[in-house]
Ligand binder design. Structure first.
Ligand code: PLP
Length: 398
Protein backbone atom coordinates (compact mmCIF):
# COMPACT_ATOMS: atom_id res chain seq x y z
CA UNK A 1 0.00 0.00 0.00
CA UNK A 2 1.33 3.47 -0.75
CA UNK A 3 1.87 5.73 2.25
CA UNK A 4 0.72 9.28 2.58
CA UNK A 5 3.46 11.92 2.64
CA UNK A 6 5.40 12.66 5.79
CA UNK A 7 4.36 16.27 5.33
CA UNK A 8 0.64 15.57 5.51
CA UNK A 9 0.97 13.06 8.34
CA UNK A 10 2.94 15.53 10.42
CA UNK A 11 0.79 18.54 9.70
CA UNK A 12 -0.33 18.89 13.31
CA UNK A 13 3.07 17.94 14.69
CA UNK A 14 1.89 14.55 15.94
CA UNK A 15 -0.29 16.10 18.65
CA UNK A 16 -3.96 16.92 18.42
CA UNK A 17 -4.94 20.00 16.46
CA UNK A 18 -6.04 21.99 19.51
CA UNK A 19 -9.75 21.74 18.77
CA UNK A 20 -10.64 18.76 21.05
CA UNK A 21 -13.03 20.71 23.32
CA UNK A 22 -14.73 22.26 20.31
CA UNK A 23 -15.26 18.87 18.63
CA UNK A 24 -16.66 17.43 21.87
CA UNK A 25 -18.99 20.42 22.31
CA UNK A 26 -20.26 20.03 18.74
CA UNK A 27 -20.83 16.28 19.29
CA UNK A 28 -22.80 17.03 22.48
CA UNK A 29 -24.90 19.60 20.60
CA UNK A 30 -25.51 17.13 17.77
CA UNK A 31 -26.76 14.68 20.42
CA UNK A 32 -29.29 17.31 21.50
CA UNK A 33 -27.56 18.68 24.61
CA UNK A 34 -27.96 22.46 25.13
CA UNK A 35 -24.29 23.47 25.15
CA UNK A 36 -23.50 27.19 25.34
CA UNK A 37 -20.63 27.48 22.90
CA UNK A 38 -18.00 30.21 23.13
CA UNK A 39 -15.41 28.47 21.01
CA UNK A 40 -14.75 29.42 17.39
CA UNK A 41 -14.63 32.91 15.93
CA UNK A 42 -17.99 32.86 14.24
CA UNK A 43 -20.65 35.56 14.54
CA UNK A 44 -24.04 34.75 16.02
CA UNK A 45 -25.63 36.42 12.99
CA UNK A 46 -25.69 35.28 9.37
CA UNK A 47 -24.36 37.29 6.44
CA UNK A 48 -26.61 40.35 5.90
CA UNK A 49 -29.59 39.79 3.53
CA UNK A 50 -28.55 42.54 1.11
CA UNK A 51 -25.12 40.93 0.65
CA UNK A 52 -26.83 37.57 0.04
CA UNK A 53 -29.21 39.21 -2.45
CA UNK A 54 -26.22 40.53 -4.34
CA UNK A 55 -24.60 37.07 -4.27
CA UNK A 56 -27.69 35.34 -5.58
CA UNK A 57 -28.30 38.10 -8.16
CA UNK A 58 -24.74 37.70 -9.43
CA UNK A 59 -25.13 33.93 -9.68
CA UNK A 60 -28.50 34.25 -11.44
CA UNK A 61 -26.91 36.85 -13.71
CA UNK A 62 -24.35 34.36 -14.93
CA UNK A 63 -21.30 34.79 -12.67
CA UNK A 64 -21.07 31.02 -12.28
CA UNK A 65 -18.18 30.19 -14.59
CA UNK A 66 -14.47 30.29 -13.84
CA UNK A 67 -13.62 33.73 -12.52
CA UNK A 68 -10.30 35.47 -13.20
CA UNK A 69 -7.71 33.59 -11.13
CA UNK A 70 -6.15 36.71 -9.47
CA UNK A 71 -9.63 37.94 -8.57
CA UNK A 72 -12.11 40.03 -10.56
CA UNK A 73 -10.64 43.42 -11.46
CA UNK A 74 -13.11 45.62 -9.52
CA UNK A 75 -12.64 43.59 -6.33
CA UNK A 76 -8.84 43.75 -6.57
CA UNK A 77 -9.24 47.51 -7.05
CA UNK A 78 -11.62 47.81 -4.08
CA UNK A 79 -9.25 45.92 -1.78
CA UNK A 80 -6.30 48.04 -2.97
CA UNK A 81 -8.36 51.15 -2.29
CA UNK A 82 -9.41 49.92 1.17
CA UNK A 83 -5.78 49.32 2.13
CA UNK A 84 -4.56 52.55 0.54
CA UNK A 85 -7.28 54.82 1.91
CA UNK A 86 -7.74 53.56 5.44
CA UNK A 87 -4.26 52.20 6.00
CA UNK A 88 -2.08 54.53 3.91
CA UNK A 89 -0.53 51.73 1.85
CA UNK A 90 0.69 52.37 -1.72
CA UNK A 91 -1.26 49.50 -3.31
CA UNK A 92 -2.75 49.10 -6.78
CA UNK A 93 -4.80 46.11 -8.02
CA UNK A 94 -1.53 44.45 -9.09
CA UNK A 95 -0.58 44.23 -5.43
CA UNK A 96 -3.66 42.14 -4.59
CA UNK A 97 -4.50 38.44 -4.97
CA UNK A 98 -8.05 37.40 -4.04
CA UNK A 99 -8.03 34.10 -2.14
CA UNK A 100 -10.61 31.64 -0.78
CA UNK A 101 -10.47 33.21 2.71
CA UNK A 102 -7.64 34.51 4.84
CA UNK A 103 -6.59 30.94 5.66
CA UNK A 104 -5.68 30.24 2.03
CA UNK A 105 -3.89 33.60 2.02
CA UNK A 106 -1.75 32.54 4.99
CA UNK A 107 -0.85 29.31 3.22
CA UNK A 108 -0.01 31.12 -0.04
CA UNK A 109 2.07 33.77 1.75
CA UNK A 110 4.16 31.14 3.53
CA UNK A 111 4.57 29.29 0.25
CA UNK A 112 6.02 32.46 -1.25
CA UNK A 113 8.33 33.16 1.69
CA UNK A 114 9.61 29.77 2.81
CA UNK A 115 11.71 27.03 1.25
CA UNK A 116 11.73 23.50 2.68
CA UNK A 117 13.08 23.49 6.21
CA UNK A 118 12.91 27.30 6.59
CA UNK A 119 12.57 28.63 10.12
CA UNK A 120 9.23 30.42 10.18
CA UNK A 121 8.69 32.50 13.31
CA UNK A 122 5.22 33.02 14.75
CA UNK A 123 4.05 34.77 17.91
CA UNK A 124 2.74 32.48 20.67
CA UNK A 125 -0.20 32.54 21.60
CA UNK A 126 -1.21 31.99 17.99
CA UNK A 127 -4.30 31.16 15.96
CA UNK A 128 -4.51 27.38 16.21
CA UNK A 129 -3.97 26.68 12.49
CA UNK A 130 -0.67 28.57 12.24
CA UNK A 131 1.79 25.73 12.98
CA UNK A 132 -0.02 23.39 10.56
CA UNK A 133 -0.13 26.05 7.85
CA UNK A 134 3.63 26.56 8.20
CA UNK A 135 4.32 22.81 8.18
CA UNK A 136 2.09 22.46 5.11
CA UNK A 137 4.64 24.39 3.06
CA UNK A 138 7.54 22.33 4.48
CA UNK A 139 8.76 25.03 6.86
CA UNK A 140 9.38 24.73 10.60
CA UNK A 141 7.21 26.76 12.98
CA UNK A 142 9.21 28.53 15.70
CA UNK A 143 7.09 30.11 18.45
CA UNK A 144 8.19 33.39 20.03
CA UNK A 145 6.31 34.32 23.22
CA UNK A 146 3.99 37.19 23.98
CA UNK A 147 3.34 37.18 27.73
CA UNK A 148 0.06 37.61 29.54
CA UNK A 149 1.76 40.00 31.97
CA UNK A 150 2.71 42.27 29.02
CA UNK A 151 -0.85 42.34 27.71
CA UNK A 152 0.27 39.78 25.12
CA UNK A 153 2.43 42.26 23.21
CA UNK A 154 5.25 40.20 21.59
CA UNK A 155 8.48 39.85 23.59
CA UNK A 156 10.91 41.78 21.37
CA UNK A 157 14.03 40.48 23.14
CA UNK A 158 12.87 36.89 22.51
CA UNK A 159 12.12 37.81 18.90
CA UNK A 160 15.58 39.31 18.42
CA UNK A 161 17.10 36.12 19.88
CA UNK A 162 15.04 33.85 17.59
CA UNK A 163 15.54 35.88 14.40
CA UNK A 164 19.04 34.79 13.27
CA UNK A 165 18.62 32.19 10.53
CA UNK A 166 14.85 32.67 10.29
CA UNK A 167 13.15 33.45 6.99
CA UNK A 168 9.73 34.73 7.96
CA UNK A 169 7.71 36.10 10.85
CA UNK A 170 3.96 35.70 11.15
CA UNK A 171 2.21 38.36 13.22
CA UNK A 172 -1.47 38.94 13.93
CA UNK A 173 -2.94 42.21 15.17
CA UNK A 174 -5.70 42.55 16.31
CA UNK A 175 -4.84 39.17 17.72
CA UNK A 176 -6.60 35.88 17.97
CA UNK A 177 -6.66 34.49 20.66
CA UNK A 178 -5.58 37.40 22.90
CA UNK A 179 -7.35 40.47 21.49
CA UNK A 180 -4.05 42.37 21.73
CA UNK A 181 -3.66 45.24 19.27
CA UNK A 182 0.04 45.79 18.67
CA UNK A 183 1.22 49.24 19.69
CA UNK A 184 3.30 51.53 17.49
CA UNK A 185 6.26 50.73 19.72
CA UNK A 186 5.77 46.97 19.29
CA UNK A 187 5.39 47.28 15.53
CA UNK A 188 8.42 49.52 15.06
CA UNK A 189 10.40 47.01 17.17
CA UNK A 190 9.21 44.16 14.98
CA UNK A 191 10.00 46.16 11.84
CA UNK A 192 13.53 46.89 13.10
CA UNK A 193 14.16 43.19 13.75
CA UNK A 194 12.62 42.15 10.41
CA UNK A 195 14.82 44.60 8.51
CA UNK A 196 17.90 43.68 10.57
CA UNK A 197 17.51 39.96 9.84
CA UNK A 198 16.02 40.30 6.35
CA UNK A 199 12.76 38.56 7.30
CA UNK A 200 9.54 38.38 5.37
CA UNK A 201 6.70 39.57 7.56
CA UNK A 202 3.36 37.87 7.03
CA UNK A 203 0.82 40.09 8.73
CA UNK A 204 -2.57 38.54 9.43
CA UNK A 205 -4.97 41.49 9.69
CA UNK A 206 -8.30 39.70 9.36
CA UNK A 207 -9.60 41.51 12.48
CA UNK A 208 -8.63 45.00 11.32
CA UNK A 209 -12.25 46.21 11.49
CA UNK A 210 -12.59 45.24 15.16
CA UNK A 211 -10.50 47.59 17.27
CA UNK A 212 -11.86 48.80 20.63
CA UNK A 213 -9.04 51.03 21.81
CA UNK A 214 -5.86 52.30 20.22
CA UNK A 215 -5.76 51.98 16.45
CA UNK A 216 -4.86 49.37 13.91
CA UNK A 217 -1.46 50.05 12.35
CA UNK A 218 -0.64 47.86 9.34
CA UNK A 219 3.03 46.96 9.62
CA UNK A 220 3.42 47.41 5.84
CA UNK A 221 2.82 51.14 6.39
CA UNK A 222 6.02 51.52 8.45
CA UNK A 223 9.19 52.74 6.68
CA UNK A 224 10.89 50.02 4.62
CA UNK A 225 8.22 47.41 5.35
CA UNK A 226 5.98 47.33 2.25
CA UNK A 227 8.71 45.53 0.26
CA UNK A 228 8.98 42.70 2.80
CA UNK A 229 5.39 42.38 4.03
CA UNK A 230 2.60 40.14 2.82
CA UNK A 231 -0.65 41.32 4.39
CA UNK A 232 -3.50 38.85 4.72
CA UNK A 233 -7.08 40.10 4.94
CA UNK A 234 -10.57 38.69 4.74
CA UNK A 235 -14.25 39.56 4.75
CA UNK A 236 -14.98 36.68 7.16
CA UNK A 237 -14.87 38.70 10.36
CA UNK A 238 -15.54 42.24 9.12
CA UNK A 239 -18.73 41.35 7.21
CA UNK A 240 -19.88 38.10 8.88
CA UNK A 241 -18.98 36.23 5.68
CA UNK A 242 -17.05 33.31 7.20
CA UNK A 243 -18.73 30.72 4.97
CA UNK A 244 -18.18 32.69 1.76
CA UNK A 245 -14.42 32.06 1.91
CA UNK A 246 -13.25 35.40 0.59
CA UNK A 247 -9.93 37.01 1.47
CA UNK A 248 -6.75 38.39 -0.03
CA UNK A 249 -3.00 38.72 0.11
CA UNK A 250 -1.51 42.16 -0.49
CA UNK A 251 2.18 42.55 -1.22
CA UNK A 252 4.88 43.51 -3.70
CA UNK A 253 3.80 43.08 -7.34
CA UNK A 254 6.38 40.40 -8.18
CA UNK A 255 5.36 38.28 -5.20
CA UNK A 256 1.69 38.64 -6.11
CA UNK A 257 2.57 37.51 -9.66
CA UNK A 258 4.15 34.36 -8.18
CA UNK A 259 1.11 33.82 -5.97
CA UNK A 260 -1.21 34.12 -8.97
CA UNK A 261 0.86 31.32 -10.49
CA UNK A 262 0.36 29.29 -7.28
CA UNK A 263 -3.39 29.98 -7.38
CA UNK A 264 -3.53 28.80 -11.01
CA UNK A 265 -2.10 25.48 -9.86
CA UNK A 266 -4.11 25.09 -6.65
CA UNK A 267 -7.39 26.91 -6.03
CA UNK A 268 -7.98 28.28 -9.54
CA UNK A 269 -9.55 31.33 -8.00
CA UNK A 270 -12.71 32.16 -6.08
CA UNK A 271 -16.30 31.87 -7.41
CA UNK A 272 -17.34 35.02 -9.26
CA UNK A 273 -20.69 35.39 -7.49
CA UNK A 274 -18.90 35.32 -4.11
CA UNK A 275 -16.50 38.00 -5.32
CA UNK A 276 -19.39 40.14 -6.60
CA UNK A 277 -21.00 39.90 -3.15
CA UNK A 278 -17.68 40.81 -1.53
CA UNK A 279 -17.32 43.82 -3.80
CA UNK A 280 -20.79 44.96 -2.80
CA UNK A 281 -20.00 44.35 0.89
CA UNK A 282 -16.81 46.42 0.76
CA UNK A 283 -18.78 49.19 -0.93
CA UNK A 284 -21.07 49.43 2.12
CA UNK A 285 -18.23 51.21 3.91
CA UNK A 286 -17.14 51.44 7.53
CA UNK A 287 -20.61 51.84 9.01
CA UNK A 288 -21.57 48.31 7.92
CA UNK A 289 -18.37 46.92 9.44
CA UNK A 290 -19.00 48.82 12.68
CA UNK A 291 -22.49 47.27 12.87
CA UNK A 292 -21.02 43.76 12.61
CA UNK A 293 -18.39 44.58 15.24
CA UNK A 294 -20.66 46.30 17.80
CA UNK A 295 -21.95 43.18 19.63
CA UNK A 296 -18.39 42.03 20.36
CA UNK A 297 -17.50 45.32 22.03
CA UNK A 298 -20.75 45.23 24.04
CA UNK A 299 -20.11 41.67 25.28
CA UNK A 300 -16.45 42.40 25.95
CA UNK A 301 -17.45 45.31 28.19
CA UNK A 302 -20.11 43.22 29.95
CA UNK A 303 -17.60 40.45 30.66
CA UNK A 304 -14.92 42.84 31.93
CA UNK A 305 -17.49 44.50 34.21
CA UNK A 306 -18.64 41.10 35.54
CA UNK A 307 -15.08 40.02 36.34
CA UNK A 308 -13.90 43.32 37.84
CA UNK A 309 -12.23 42.75 41.18
CA UNK A 310 -12.10 38.97 40.74
CA UNK A 311 -8.87 37.31 41.74
CA UNK A 312 -9.73 33.76 40.70
CA UNK A 313 -10.42 34.60 37.08
CA UNK A 314 -8.57 37.58 35.71
CA UNK A 315 -9.49 39.00 32.32
CA UNK A 316 -6.76 40.46 30.15
CA UNK A 317 -8.72 43.33 28.57
CA UNK A 318 -8.61 42.94 24.78
CA UNK A 319 -8.22 46.00 22.53
CA UNK A 320 -9.70 44.25 19.50
CA UNK A 321 -11.03 41.08 17.80
CA UNK A 322 -13.82 38.90 19.17
CA UNK A 323 -12.30 37.14 22.16
CA UNK A 324 -11.33 37.68 25.79
CA UNK A 325 -8.48 35.77 27.43
CA UNK A 326 -9.07 34.75 31.02
CA UNK A 327 -6.14 33.95 33.28
CA UNK A 328 -7.35 31.03 35.44
CA UNK A 329 -3.99 30.03 36.91
CA UNK A 330 -5.27 30.95 40.39
CA UNK A 331 -7.69 27.99 40.20
CA UNK A 332 -4.73 25.62 40.02
CA UNK A 333 -6.08 23.98 36.84
CA UNK A 334 -4.62 24.02 33.37
CA UNK A 335 -6.71 25.66 30.67
CA UNK A 336 -7.40 22.24 29.17
CA UNK A 337 -8.53 20.66 32.45
CA UNK A 338 -10.70 23.67 33.29
CA UNK A 339 -12.32 23.74 29.83
CA UNK A 340 -12.99 19.98 29.79
CA UNK A 341 -14.46 20.04 33.32
CA UNK A 342 -16.53 23.17 32.58
CA UNK A 343 -18.06 21.49 29.54
CA UNK A 344 -19.02 18.42 31.57
CA UNK A 345 -20.28 20.28 34.63
CA UNK A 346 -21.93 23.34 33.10
CA UNK A 347 -22.32 22.61 29.40
CA UNK A 348 -20.33 25.73 28.57
CA UNK A 349 -17.63 25.34 25.92
CA UNK A 350 -14.60 27.65 25.84
CA UNK A 351 -11.19 27.07 24.29
CA UNK A 352 -8.23 26.12 26.49
CA UNK A 353 -5.34 28.57 26.18
CA UNK A 354 -3.05 25.61 25.52
CA UNK A 355 -4.75 25.20 22.11
CA UNK A 356 -3.01 28.41 21.11
CA UNK A 357 0.50 27.69 22.39
CA UNK A 358 2.51 27.47 25.58
CA UNK A 359 2.37 31.22 26.29
CA UNK A 360 -1.39 30.89 26.80
CA UNK A 361 -1.18 27.95 29.24
CA UNK A 362 -3.43 28.41 32.26
CA UNK A 363 -5.75 30.66 30.29
CA UNK A 364 -9.12 30.27 28.58
CA UNK A 365 -10.21 31.97 25.40
CA UNK A 366 -13.82 33.07 25.51
CA UNK A 367 -15.34 33.91 22.12
CA UNK A 368 -17.84 36.79 22.32
CA UNK A 369 -20.13 34.97 19.95
CA UNK A 370 -23.45 34.22 21.66
CA UNK A 371 -26.47 36.53 21.85
CA UNK A 372 -26.18 38.81 24.91
CA UNK A 373 -28.57 36.88 27.19
CA UNK A 374 -26.98 33.50 26.48
CA UNK A 375 -23.53 35.04 26.75
CA UNK A 376 -24.36 36.44 30.21
CA UNK A 377 -25.72 33.03 31.27
CA UNK A 378 -22.55 31.26 30.06
CA UNK A 379 -20.36 33.70 32.01
CA UNK A 380 -22.43 33.18 35.18
CA UNK A 381 -21.96 29.43 34.84
CA UNK A 382 -18.23 29.83 34.20
CA UNK A 383 -17.64 32.09 37.20
CA UNK A 384 -19.86 29.93 39.42
CA UNK A 385 -17.88 26.87 38.38
CA UNK A 386 -14.57 28.56 39.24
CA UNK A 387 -15.91 29.69 42.62
CA UNK A 388 -17.05 26.16 43.46
CA UNK A 389 -13.63 24.84 42.48
CA UNK A 390 -12.03 27.27 44.92
CA UNK A 391 -14.57 26.32 47.60
CA UNK A 392 -13.66 22.62 47.39
CA UNK A 393 -15.31 19.55 45.98
CA UNK A 394 -18.18 19.47 48.47
CA UNK A 395 -19.42 22.85 47.33
CA UNK A 396 -18.72 21.87 43.74
CA UNK A 397 -21.10 18.94 44.15
CA UNK A 398 -23.78 21.02 45.88
N1 PLP B 1 -6.49 34.41 10.89
C1 PLP B 1 -7.01 34.45 12.11
C2 PLP B 1 -6.23 35.10 13.20
C3 PLP B 1 -8.27 33.89 12.38
O1 PLP B 1 -8.77 33.96 13.61
C4 PLP B 1 -8.97 33.27 11.32
C5 PLP B 1 -10.27 32.64 11.57
O2 PLP B 1 -10.73 32.46 12.67
C6 PLP B 1 -8.37 33.26 10.07
C7 PLP B 1 -7.14 33.83 9.87
C8 PLP B 1 -9.06 32.60 8.90
O3 PLP B 1 -10.02 33.45 8.40
P1 PLP B 1 -10.77 33.15 7.04
O4 PLP B 1 -12.18 32.79 7.41
O5 PLP B 1 -10.69 34.44 6.30
O6 PLP B 1 -10.06 32.05 6.35
Amino acid sequence: MPQTSTRIRNLTGGGDDGWAVFYRARAMKAAGRPVLELTIGEHDVATAPDILDRMSGAAQGGATGYAAVPGIAPLRAAVAERLSLSHGLPYTPDNILITPGGQAGLFAAHHAACDDGARALMIDPYYATYPGTIRAVGAVPVPVPAHSEAGFQPDLAALEAAAPGAVSLLINSPNNPTGAVYTHETLTGIARIACGHDLWVISDEVYDAQVWSGRHIPIASLPGMAARTLTVGSLSKSHAMTGSRLGWVAGPEDVIADLINLATHTTYGVPGYIQEAGLYALGLGEAAEARVAAPFLRRRDALLARLQGQTLIRAIPPDGAMYVMLDIRATGLSGTDFAEALLDAEMVAVMPGESFGQAAAGHLRVALTLPDDQFAEAIERLTGFAERLAGGTDRARA
